[in-house]
Design a protein. Structure first.
Length: 321
């Protein structure tokens, strides 16, 4: 296992390097430039000497290859650059905004599992029953309704019907007021978690149907084991492998920032930070956020692989096995 982990960590290097090159080139292919986006209409009042001085200050006067390696060298030392628009280091900005996205992501996953797993299991056990039909209808609704539309409907119902206005820029951290924090996050988490619950439900149902027909499940029943034990101990454990894969991929996306949902509910997370950085041509911030999101993805994939071995003893990363 240790050798496998070391090999996977080494494999992270070309992945992150490739991501850094792609985002570095992509942001510079967008029409416009950082100085104009930063100063707005005032950029037209700059003299050639002033613009040249600003380009030199931001390192924009250097060849693009030199700019990349300069940024990469600083990134390897933990310095992702400086955001002039925010007046802070990029690393500090990311660390300040990431807890919001992290909490929102795990609340969304928790809601998805609470809804999706039980319904998926029961739909598989009672195949072709009314419960199974109900589960399939819910899953179709979840997959059909975009999270931004569901979020907008939630805001409309809360404000018009119940007279409750969700968070509008007055976000409160969990350590300041846990109750108010959860009140502000529960609705955006449901908006994202409902569609994810539909995917979990469908994956759990199909995986359980496949596992329940295997020989070892029939053997367990023939031994006289209670149905609850057969389903939860024998069948569910093996059926969770594709579900864990789905959860890992979804967490990676959620940690990348739920751009639209964070915008709708005015949450100061990574997604909203990235949207603002793109509109402002904030090169350093865009590159830093993208690299951070890519790091989240590769780490989560590694964690998922380790969980595989914990769920299913047949999976081993020992070469001697």
């Amino acid at each position: 296992m240790l050798r496998y982990l070391v090999n996977r960590i080494i494999a992270f290097i070309p992945t992150l390097l490739g991501v850094s090159i792609l985002v570095f080139l992509a942001i510079r292919m967008v029409p416009g430039d950082q100085i104009t986006a930063m100063l707005g209409t005032e950029a037209g009042m700059l003299t050639q000497a002033q613009r040249a001085a600003l380009e030199e200050y931001f390192g924009l006067d250097k060849p693009i290859v030199e700019q990349y390696f300069s940024w990469l060298g600083n990134a390897l030392r933990g310095n992702l650059g400086y955001s002039v628009r925010h007046g802070e280091e990029v690393t500090k900005l990311i660390l300040n905004h990431f807890p919001v996205t992290l909490e929102l992501a795990f609340l969304s996953v928790a809601i998805a599992l609470i809804i999706g797993l039980p319904i998926g299991i029961m739909a598989a056990i009672r195949h072709n029953s009314l419960l199974d039909l109900f589960g399939r209808i819910i899953s179709m609704l979840g997959l059909s309704v975009p999270n931004f539309l569901l979020g907008t409907l939630i805001i409309y119902v809360l404000s018009v019907v119940f007279g409750i206005l969700p968070n509008s820029g007055n976000y409160v951290d969990f350590h300041e007021d846990p109750v108010l924090n959860l009140q502000q996050l529960i609705f955006p988490a449901f908006a994202m978690g409902f569609s994810f619950a539909a995917s979990v439900m469908r994956m759990t149902r199909s995986s359980m149907l496949e596992v329940l027909g295997d020989d070892y499940v029939r053997t367990a029943r023939a031994k006289g084991l209670r149905e609850r034990s057969v389903v939860l101990v024998h069948a569910l454990r093996n059926a969770l492998i594709p579900v864990v894969t789905l959860i890992g991929v979804e967490i990676g996306y959620l940690l990348g920032g739920a751009f639209i949902v964070e915008q709708i509910f005015s949450l100061p997370g990574i997604g909203r930070l990235a949207v603002g950085a793109i509109s402002q041509r904030n090169y350093a911030l865009i590159q830093g956020v993208t690299l951070f999101v890519a790091l989240n993805f590769v780490v989560i994939n590694l964690v998922v692989d380790v969980i595989y071995a914990a769920i299913d003893p047949r999976i081993s990363y020992d070469r001697k096995a």
